[in-house]
Design a protein around this ligand. Structure first.
Ligand SMILES: *Cc1c(COP(=O)(O)O)cnc(C)c1O
Length: 388
């Protein structure tokens, strides 16, 4: 137990079951702890450090902006905010962007936009947002209410009303809710990340998208974890070939600084007007400058590299001793292990590899550009930990 681990345990709220590692520095996909031990990073700060830690181009973009204008407030225009919104719209076909600081905030905006759009289009009684069982949409009360996992809800009652979660594949349940009280929006993750890295069936996603379009219901895709190259496409909905009305994203967008974005498509672009929503730090110039440096480098070559690394991990781990199954998309991978996932992760830490868990699985979210030799070494360590 290091000094700062003790201090943290004393003074920081007990909301995280931290692993016994105090990180002090890093470069790319290598991290160093307080005792000088180095690790290969297979979690990238939970899908945040897309280009690894302390990426040079990102540091330059952020520090340049910090020296010019680190914060301004949303009463004024700034270039990084405008430029990032333009880039996001040009690359997705969406029309407008609201900036916040986290995934939960991006989803809050999505929910508010869908509710307001549907209240105006169908009347104030149309407020129900339909989500999926086993989903995860954040920790604020509304996004918690949207999250389709009961264990997150215990002891936070009453939740925000107007959310219903249906089983994956159960289009009839959606139709029944729509008949009974109307649906103001459908919110999905194409790959359920916290839910165990579970990709949705393409047929079901298409059926949801068709139903949403035919019935004037905003389709919202939560790309907080799957987005910004993580899935092997810029956004995972692109792999599924659907066009959402609203896309929320965060995590990897900022490359290491807090930023969230809610992208509004043609139909809902004007749902929110002046005064309808806001965030003091939203569109912060330094965060946007960092995100711009990330987004500008999300090209075909990078995404192809993500898919290649993904294929390598799937091939190396599928059928390996102690591995029951491998799921996921791109560099978002879940490993169902014979041993408890947390035990495998602890063993990996001992052997210099940092992995995550999601439900009963070991979860891998390495940097999108992790060097192949480091990836191979990490996969060998994980394989050994599963096999023991
Ligand atoms: C992490 C995550 C969130 C919440 O993001 P925060 O930045 O922690 O608020 C929401 N949705 C999904 C799919 C996530 O993975």
């Amino acid at each position: 137990m290091t000094h700062w681990m003790n201090t943290d345990k004393t003074y920081v709220a007990n909301t995280y079951a931290r692993f016994p590692v105090e990180l002090v520095s890093g470069k790319g996909s290598l991290l160093t702890d307080a005792e000088g031990k180095s690790y290969i990073d297979m979690g990238s700060g939970i899908a945040v450090n897309g280009f690894g830690v302390a990426d040079d181009a990102w540091i330059q973009a952020v520090t340049e902006q910090l020296g010019k204008l680190p914060h301004a407030s949303n009463l004024y225009y700034t270039e990084p905010c405008a430029l990032l919104a333009q880039l996001l719209c040009e690359r997705t076909g969406m029309k407008k962007v609201f900036f916040g600081n986290s995934g939960a905030e991006a989803n809050e905006c999505a929910i508010k936009a869908a509710r307001k759009y549907s209240a105006e289009a169908k009347g104030p009684d149309c407020y129900t947002i339909v989500t999926l069982k086993n989903s995860f949409h954040g920790r604020t009360l509304a996004t918690l209410s949207a999250t389709g996992q009961d264990h997150y809800h215990e002891l936070y009652q009453p939740l925000v009303p107007g959310f219903e979660s249906i089983e994956k594949g159960d289009l009839d349940a959606l139709k029944a809710i729509d008949r009974e009280k109307g649906v103001a929006g459908i919110l999905i993750e194409c790959v359920q990340g916290e839910g165990g890295v579970v990709p949705l069936e393409a047929d079901f996603v298409h059926a949801l998208a068709d139903y949403a379009h035919e019935n004037g219901i905003p389709l919202m895709v939560d790309e907080v974890q799957t987005g910004n190259g993580r899935s092997g496409a810029l956004y995972s909905y692109m792999t599924y070939g659907i066009q959402p009305d609203i896309v929320s994203t965060a995590k990897g967008l900022g490359g290491g600084l807090p930023i969230g974005a809610c992208l509004l498509g043609e139909r809902v672009q004007n749902a929110l007007g002046p005064g309808d929503h806001g965030s003091t730090f939203g569109g912060n110039p330094a965060a946007c400058a960092g995100a711009l440096s990330i987004m500008r480098r999300m090209d075909d070559a990078l995404l192809e590299g993500v898919r290649q690394r993904s294929a390598y991990i799937f091939e190396a781990l599928t059928g390996a001793p102690g591995v029951e199954s491998v799921s996921g998309l791109g560099l978002m991978i879940g490993i169902k292990t014979v041993k408890p996932a947390r035990e495998v992760v602890s063993k990996c830490i001992e052997n210099g590899v940092l992995c995550l868990t999601a439900k009963d699985r070991v979860r891998l979210l390495p940097a999108l550009n992790i060097p192949m030799d480091q990836l191979k070494q990490a996969v060998e360590t994980i394989k050994a930990a599963c096999a023991e």
